[in-house]
Design a protein around this ligand. Structure first.
Ligand SMILES: [Zn+2]
Length: 321
């Protein structure tokens, strides 16, 4: 569709993230275990860090693959810092579940946490926005005590979905209190209900924070029909969220994430990039998904409740009503 080239667009080959960069987030012990496991050496210590589980199996290129995915996001962050790009997209990134010393949820290295660290080290106020259907736990907890990176995650209610965290009362601690925002959404959440929550809580908080740069995790598993989750969004919501972010006129690093209906995911990310690149292709938009009365009646009160909870927990800390 001509979206990867042109006078002001290009594809950039990523370089694998160096060990010194990976150590900004991951422990030496963990990186060592990951590399050893990739070489066929695996035992109880690696297993205790989530390596070699059902969700995070061992494969021979796991270290190199993960370092390449991380390198893509780090390179994107560096391009924003150098002024080499206003927007960058790493569809292979968004591996938001990986912890300092933990493989989790198909994620071995947390490229988005690393990108946020690189940007924060350059003195930038970073707004991390995660619209994957799962809680962005690895990133949220990486910055749980910091106020230079605000994390906002909208996701399916953790009572009904992996990883079981991301409740509205998880708001950060110490200096980071109020800089971790979680918006758990009920099963069946549809476009209009999602945008109501986004506009009621995420937008005012982003404005109050005043970020220098955005990091977006665009997991496409919140789309209706995803086999791993139960939200009912179309990619029009992804477009609306990106439209709001673009309106802040700040550099944007976008990453992929989950997305297990492959056709829908490919279309959502192509659509997302078309918007970030200023070359919107309406043909990539999803058709609306019909919403029944029963669904509306189930979703609406839960959305109202989560808006109320987030406002009560976080707004006062930012001088918002
Ligand atoms: Zn996900």
């Amino acid at each position: 569709m001509g979206l990867l080239s042109g006078p002001d667009r290009s594809e950039v080959a990523p370089k694998p993230a160096e060990r010194t960069v990976l150590k900004k987030f991951h422990s030496a012990r963990y990186l060592h275990a990951l590399k050893k496991a990739a070489g066929g050496h695996w035992g109880a210590e690696a297993l205790s860090m989530g390596i070699g589980t059902g969700d995070c199996p061992i494969f021979s290129d796991m270290y190199d693959y993960s370092a390449m995915a991380a390198g893509g996001s780090v390179m994107g962050a560096e391009l924003l810092l150098s002024g080499g790009a206003d927007a960058a997209f790493n569809p292979s990134g968004g591996l938001h579940h990986a912890g300092t010393e933990r493989a989790s949820g198909f994620c071995y290295m947390n490229d988005v946490a690393l990108a946020c660290i690189v940007l924060a080290e350059a003195g930038k106020k970073v707004l991390y926005l995660d619209i994957d259907v799962h809680h962005g736990d690895g990133v949220a907890y990486a910055f749980y005590e910091r106020n230079d990176v605000m994390t906002i995650s909208l996701h399916q209610n953790p009572r009904t979905l992996f990883p079981g965290t991301g409740f509205a009362n998880e708001i950060g601690t110490g200096e980071g209190k109020g800089y971790c925002v979680n918006v758990p959404l009920p099963i069946g959440t549809y476009d209009e209900a999602y945008m109501k929550a986004f506009e009621a809580v995420a937008l005012p908080l982003i404005k109050a924070f005043g970020p220098d740069v955005f990091v977006l995790q665009l997991g496409a598993d919140a789309l209706g029909g995803d086999p791993l989750a139960q939200l009912s969004l179309t990619n029009n919501t992804y477009g609306d969220v990106i439209g709001h972010v673009v309106s802040f006129d700040r550099p944007i690093l976008a990453a992929g994430g989950g997305g297990y209906d492959i056709d829908n995911t490919v279309r959502a990310w192509a659509f997302a990039w078309s918007l970030l690149a200023g070359a919107e292709h309406d043909v990539l938009r999803d058709k609306p998904i019909a919403v029944g009365k029963q669904q509306r009646d189930a979703v609406e009160p839960a959305i109202e409740a989560v808006i109320k909870a987030v406002k009560a927990n976080v707004f006062g800390l930012h001088g918002l009503q």
